[in-house]
Ligand binder design. Structure first.
Ligand code: FAD
Length: 439
């Protein structure tokens, strides 16, 4: 047994992407210590990413489970499901469970994820108002559907529009209310958002921008939404899609946090033996070149994996995450990554737009390196662009062809080979981690 492995107690809060990746990493290097996994979720692990497809009827519930039933046995892990951690004493290394029992730990991973933001307006407590974050949310919406003709989605981000698409596929008339001037305001620039908006509208989803819900009407159940311009829309179902906030509550004031719990290059917080990963964490972003919250599944997995290895005594540096999203609505694919709407000087934007064909390519360059991009309807080159960006390849020799209709991959490969050593970033050559642009 390696000398760094002691008889630790590892406590991991959360049994989703980050928590599970950490369990699996710890067991790779430490088969003898105790692992306790605590989750307030009643079920075994499932994929949140598939919830909107489940809502749409594209997948059955069976598809959602991401680990087999004997998972915890296989990983020799004690699991406490349906159990909330209600407090943490970081100094004395104990957790309070459901307000009563205490659990001691040597090393802790906070993988508590994020919660959907709610909208505190009059009537928001009525039956028929939902967010879409958990399986319970999706099941609650599905139970309502037989009595729903019209639904309103409050928010034009990824989750709101995925919910809109799902309901439309279920035959519900959907109206999306967006406060910003364009949809996908976090993920897309105005040009790309306009293309997506037209495409969604042509396919029967109504969208109103620059408006907000002021009140939800109805007796016990929702019967409509009153907008801030005074107009009222009839609906029997409302889904709030106003983004998410990291779940920081149990360690608030005990570890340094900003939009998420600040995690260093080992994914450790400012308190020794306390680690953070996933949607709850704020760690290095390779494309933004600063600490950031990238609340996406692959980042959660990667962070959980690296945090777990470091908790178990390895010394692995986290290379950083980046923001990326991909969508496919009514057969129109869109992908974005990194810096999409550059602020400040020093950026260059390579753009190709053909609105009639719903085709858009934008590549954001800074200092002859790609730092972000948006692709609509021609997403095949997403992988290579991302690779160029993550490997920090100087693209000055191929800049003129990057946004071209006919993209010559043959010109790109030699450039990558010349500037990198077999696609492995030099700083990771001595570690066991092979750098992969897709995590
Ligand atoms: C509808 C939907 C679609 C999405 N689609 C995509 C997509 O296409 N691609 C993508 O990359 N990402 C997508 N995401 C985001 C992705 O699901 C998250 O980034 C990912 O789930 C984060 O994993 P996590 O382990 O950090 O946290 P979470 O998945 O949020 O899990 C947190 C865990 O912590 C537990 N927990 C929290 N607080 C406590 C407590 N006090 N006590 C005990 N347990 C607690 C919860 O029960 C849960 O098990 C989507 C999310 C949603 C909701």
């Amino acid at each position: 047994m390696p000398t760094h492995i002691k008889n630790n107690i590892y406590a991991i809060i959360g049994n989703s992407a980050a928590g599970l990746a950490a369990i699996e990493s710890i067991r790779r290097v430490d088969q003898s210590s105790r692992i306790v996994n605590i989750s307030n979720q009643p079920q075994r692990p499932y994929s949140r990413c598939l919830l909107s497809y489940y809502l749409a009827g594209q997948y059955d519930k069976d598809i959602l489970w991401i680990r087999p039933e004997d998972y915890y046995k296989k990983y020799d892990t004690e699991v406490l499901l349906n159990t909330a951690v209600t407090g943490a004493d970081i100094k004395n290394k104990t957790l309070e469970i459901s307000g009563k029992k205490k659990i001691s730990f040597d090393k802790l991973l906070i993988a508590t994820g994020a919660s959907a933001k709610f909208l505190n307006i009059k009537g928001a407590d009525k039956k028929g108002v939902f967010v879409l974050r958990t399986l319970e949310d999706a099941d609650g919406i599905l139970r309502m559907l037989p009595n729903v003709k019209n639904a309103c989605i409050l928010g034009g981000g990824l989750i709101g529009l995925r919910a809109a698409y799902a309901l439309k596929r279920r035959g519900v008339a959907v109206h999306v209310i967006v406060k910003s001037e364009h949809i996908f305001s976090q993920m897309l620039d105005a040009e790309a958002a306009d293309i997506m908006r037209q495409h969604l509208e042509v396919n029967g989803i109504e969208i109103s921008t620059g408006l907000e819900a002021a009140e939800i009407s109805g007796k016990d159940s929702v019967d409509g939404v009153i907008l801030d311009d005074g107009n009222r829309l009839d609906c029997q179902l409302i889904i709030i899609g106003k983004g998410v906030a990291a779940n920081l509550g149990i360690v608030k004031g005990q570890v340094k946090a900003d939009m998420g719990i600040l995690a260093d290059e080992r994914l450790e917080t400012d308190r020794k033996d306390i680690y953070a990963a996933g949607d709850a964490a704020q760690a290095y972003d390779v494309l933004e070149e600063k600490n950031n919250v990238n609340q996406i599944w692959p980042a959660a997995i990667r962070q959980g994996k690296i945090a777990g290895l470091n908790m178990a005594g390895e010394e692995i540096k986290y290379e950083g995450s980046y923001g990326t999203n991909s969508l496919d609505f009514f057969d129109l694919a869109v992908m974005s990554f990194g810096v999409v709407k550059p602020k400040g000087g020093g950026f260059e934007e390579l753009i190709a737009l053909d609105a009639k064909r719903r085709l858009y390519r934008k590549i954001v360059v800074k200092g002859e390196r790609i730092v972000g991009g948006v692709l609509i309807n021609d997403v095949e080159r997403h992988g290579i662009l991302l690779h160029l960006a993550l490997q920090k390849i100087d693209i000055s020799d191929i800049k003129d062809i990057l946004a071209d209709e006919y993209f010559d991959f043959g010109k790109v490969i030699p450039l990558i080979k010349r500037q990198t050593n077999l696609f492995i970033r030099p700083e990771y050559k001595d570690t066991c981690v092979t750098y992969s642009p897709l995590y």
